[in-house]
Write a protein that binds this ligand. Sequence first.
Ligand SMILES: C[S@@+](CC[C@H](N)C(=O)[O-])C[C@H]1O[C@@H](n2cnc3c(N)ncnc32)[C@H](O)[C@@H]1O
Length: 285
Amino acid sequence: MDPLQARQQMTLPEFRSLRDFIYAKSGIFFSESKQYFLENRLSKRTTDLKLRSYADYLALLQGSEGPAELKRLFVEITTNETSFWRNPPQIEAFQNIVLADAARQARERGQTRLRIWSAACSSGEEPYTLAMICQEVKDTLLRGLTVEILGTDISEKVLAQAQEGSYNSYTLRNLTPEQVQRHFTPQTKDLFQIRPEVQRLTSLRNFNLVDYAGYRQLGFFDVIFCRNVLIYFDEAVKGKVLKEFHAQLHPGGFLLVGHSESIHSFNTGFELLHFSKAMGYRKRS
Ligand SMILES: C[S@@+](CC[C@H](N)C(=O)[O-])C[C@H]1O[C@@H](n2cnc3c(N)ncnc32)[C@H](O)[C@@H]1O
């Protein structure tokens, strides 16, 4: 059957109710031009659940089975595109400037741990990129510091992939053969498992960035990466999330956002840093 014909049609009122529900639960905002996207992502789910309309799907989400279905909804509606070494100039700035400065500040504060948060880590490529970099300098730049990289996401599906730590050669395309050899064990001709010493630096958990009460439990960080997720939020949610990041960073700590994401318009208490071909922010001390 033509998949377009098979797709369950979403009415405008249904779209608006679902859109408002999704926004309240995740901060992800769909403008009216995205009705097709939502219909596309949720049509199969409503069919699988044998529901007759998206209004029935919303009722399910709001009922006793809501919490379980909400996890499923997050899997369906999120865009999880990511890659190792994404935005190389920013990763290089982390490697060459941010890490050394964060380590220096951590030592000056008497910390024994350096904590880095990959907020919205998708299938693990971002936190593992940071872990590989840290692993390579653990006995030099990071000597005496224990590194902890926390990867969080709202989608259980990508977190499970990150936990698995197994990637195909296409996914590893941005890494040099030396990096692949150093940090991965071949499993099959086309599958590579991240090595335990890199994986051990990383812990993964589900965290919803609009769970404003939950941030305190995550503790304080020296560096926060939050790349390519703020674009899905509106200004109100972005402002609140940035406020929480600010609260969870040590003074002088770094915030690295995606290259198309600017936080200039927010009075956030961060100063802008210009690296070669990349930007970042530092919490004013
Ligand atoms: C495009 S990926 C970016 C992954 C990675 N940071 C990068 O730049 O390559 C966006 C991720 O944000 C996650 N996400 C969306 N809304 C979220 C929320 N409210 N809380 C936590 N994660 C969220 C999605 O599940 C998705 O994996």
